[in-house]
Write a new protein. Structure first.
Length: 91
């Protein structure tokens, strides 16, 4: 599954996590990451989404695309984290 389109280039979810980990200087395999490292990586992906608004240089307001990217990458790359934190909404 591909999720980000940027001038006709696509990234796989695990590539996005690798990009986030490199930017955050997390040098671990995905399965060895702590809860906080997973949370930081996923938030970083949301912060880099096209509809994220920067409020004062530090704080961000996530849009629908950012939230979708965060949830989708979490589900596909860290399914145990997704389930443990009950990130699914059942209607």
């Amino acid at each position: 599954m591909y999720i980000i389109d940027n001038n006709d280039s696509w990234m796989m979810p695990d590539q996005l996590v690798g990009w986030a980990k490199a930017s955050l200087n997390i040098m671990k395999l995905d399965e060895d990451m702590t809860e906080d490292e997973i949370r930081q990586s996923i938030r970083w992906i949301g912060d880099c989404s096209v509809d994220t608004i920067y409020l004062d240089g530090e704080k961000t307001r996530l849009g629908r695309i950012g939230i979708h990217n965060m949830l989708l990458v979490t589900l596909l790359v860290f399914p145990e984290f997704y389930e443990r934190h009950e990130l699914a909404q059942f209607n």
